[in-house]
Design a protein around this ligand. Structure first.
Ligand SMILES: [Zn+2]
Length: 146
């Protein structure tokens, strides 16, 4: 089950950092809440334009940046790939299938996170954890990659 935040809470979260909820911010947030596909900004734009044809890529980028700064959305940075965006607020990593380009959420248990945190060098504090897995789908019923 993906943990997501409601539009009502979006307004509250934006208000905490002195921003108001605009139609554009709500729309971009809604687009991300309706998918698990980790879309790029271009893909968010295409979906947002189905509702608001006049919205620009610059506006979409600004909205995404704001949502990331407010910790309402995660930016997923993969090597040599455009940034993707994710509205799943549970602690999770990402699995990048290099064959299809798809990105999947990988749940991280509290037990795993606690064990990982024990490895942090003394004298440092963790601000966020980014855990990316890179691989490819296996041929059905085998251990051979596609
Ligand atoms: Zn994700």
């Amino acid at each position: 089950m993906i943990q997501r935040i409601s539009s009502e809470t979006l307004g509250e979260a934006l208000g905490r950092v002195g921003l108001r909820s605009t139609r554009q911010r709500e729309l971009v947030f809604d687009v991300l809440m309706q998918t698990d596909a980790h879309p790029t900004a271009d893909e968010v734009l295409a979906r947002a334009r189905e509702v608001m044809p006049s919205i620009s890529l610059a506006t979409v980028y600004n909205c995404l940046e704001t949502l990331v700064e407010c910790a309402l959305v995660k930016a997923v940075n993969l090597e040599r790939e455009p940034t993707r965006y994710c509205a799943n607020l549970r602690e999770h990593g990402h699995f990048h299938d290099v064959t299809s380009g798809n990105v999947y959420d990988v749940p991280l248990s509290n037990e795993l996170l606690e064990n990982v945190m024990k490895q942090v060098p003394e004298g440092f504090i963790v601000e966020r954890i980014e855990l990316n897995f890179i691989g490819r789908r296996l041929l059905r019923g085998t251990q051979k990659p596609l």
